[in-house]
Ligand binder design. Structure first.
Ligand code: HSE
Length: 400
């Protein structure tokens, strides 16, 4: 099988490394040798062995009938979308790690692949090296999926863990995540929750077989999380995580990306550092959790290459069948029920006790003019109504 790799950045160089390092075992699993015929990049890499197969013109790849699979690891929507669509129209399967591309155009590209008995595979687009797309497509097929909750962004989980463990600042933790190759080129995509949002759109589309527009998912990042929030979380024996969650209740499907404070009993409490985890609840299976490296060169490359193996094994057989172009309308999150962690000035004590059902309270010496509470569960709407006019310093959804 001759393949071409589009993009020789962090993931692209990882794909080349994985295919070369594990050549024999990959060939056994794929049933034939995988040979990288071209690498496409705008840059040159003098001294790098890849220089011999480097090309700057996509036409050379897409017009070469010998190339059976194109690996797209450039990131961004364009020119990736044009390249991928042309590859499929030219009869080549595509494996990609590009969550922006998959979240925006996944349904259409899957349809094109299906019509032509090709494959459009994207295991690496969610959860880095964690197998989650293939399990959703091929393993958890007996169930109605009732809930998917994930820690889907390694950078934010790394930052929140560092801030909690080392007491370091948000900025320092972000710099370290960037230097380790976890963050997006524009880290706002990580810290504002957009990256997790796109991944949740992909998982939700796969779970329910219809297209979820990521723009319609309510998304809050971690930029407002402070050292004080983290100190209170510790006091409550809880941790703050960026959760990406979709839930089916009756005919309604809710989706939300937002920080959540969770206790030690939550399976996602112990997911730290760059690790990601995805908890899936099926109506007959119950809970199943997928855990592993959520970002980084080699884990992500491992997932991409697993798709190359699958595409090689399934020439002329389309294997990714669920996720139609039909749009899935998300329900309003007003009805979503959570506990709430709330910080209030001391002079709001009486109002808080009059209006809210309080499960726990905390006072910290470092923050003498305020207090924090954990409320009993209520809907988003109820929380907004009950706290209207109160001077809420900050609040975080919680699971007590
Ligand atoms: N920036 C992403 C993350 C990379 O931190 O999870 C993997 O998609």
């Amino acid at each position: 099988m001759k393949i071409a790799v589009l993009g020789y950045g962090t993931v692209g160089s990882g794909v080349v490394e994985v295919i070369r390092r594990n050549k024999d075992s990959i060939a056994k699993r794929a049933g034939e040798e995988i040979d990288i015929k071209y690498v496409l990049d705008l840059r040159d890499f003098p001294g790098d062995p890849v220089q011999d197969i480097l090309v700057h013109d996509y036409e050379q790849i897409v017009n070469d009938p010998e190339v059976g699979i194109i690996v797209e690891v450039m990131g961004g929507v364009e020119p990736a979308y044009t390249f991928v669509k042309r590859a499929l129209l030219a009869g080549k399967s595509v494996c990609t790690s590009n969550k922006e591309l998959v979240a925006r155009h996944g349904a259409e590209l899957l349809e094109i692949a299906k019509e032509r008995a090709l494959n459009f595979l994207f295991e690496a687009s969610v959860g880095g090296g964690i197998p989650i797309i293939r399990p959703l497509n091929q393993s958890i097929t007996a169930d109605e999926i009732e809930e998917i909750t994930g820690i889907l962004n390694g950078t934010t989980n790394f930052i929140l863990t560092k801030m909690r463990d080392d007491g370091c600042s948000f900025e320092d933790a972000l710099k370290e995540a960037q230097s380790l190759g976890y963050a997006e080129r524009n880290p706002a995509a990580d810290v504002e929750g957009f990256d997790a949002c796109r991944k949740l759109a992909i998982l939700t589309s796969l779970a329910y077989g219809m297209h979820v527009s990521f723009e319609e998912i309510q998304t809050e990042g971690i930029t407002n999380i402070t050292a004080a929030d983290i100190a209170y979380a510790k006091k409550f024996d809880m941790a703050i995580k960026l959760f990406a969650s979709s839930r089916k209740v009756g005919d309604n499907i809710f989706a939300l990306v937002a920080p959540k404070m969770v206790g030690v009993n939550n399976p996602l409490y112990t997911v730290n550092g760059v690790y990601n985890a995805i908890l899936v609840h099926g109506n007959v299976l119950g809970d199943v959790m997928f855990y592993g490296s959520g970002a980084g060169k080699l884990p992500t490359a491992s997932a991409v290459v697993s798709d190359v193996v699958d595409a090689t094994k399934h020439k002329h057989v389309n294997i990714m069948q669920i996720w139609s172009t039909k749009k899935l309308d998300l329900a309003s999150n007003e009805g979503l029920v959570n506990n709430f962690f709330v910080r209030l000035p001391k002079d709001e004590r009486k109002t808080a006790w009059d209006r809210l059902e309080i499960l726990k309270t905390a006072l910290l010496d470092d923050y003498p003019n305020e207090f924090a509470i954990l409320t009993s569960p209520m809907s988003e709407k109820e929380f907004a109504e009950k706290t209207e006019g109160m001077h809420v310093i900050s609040y975080i959804r919680a699971q007590a």
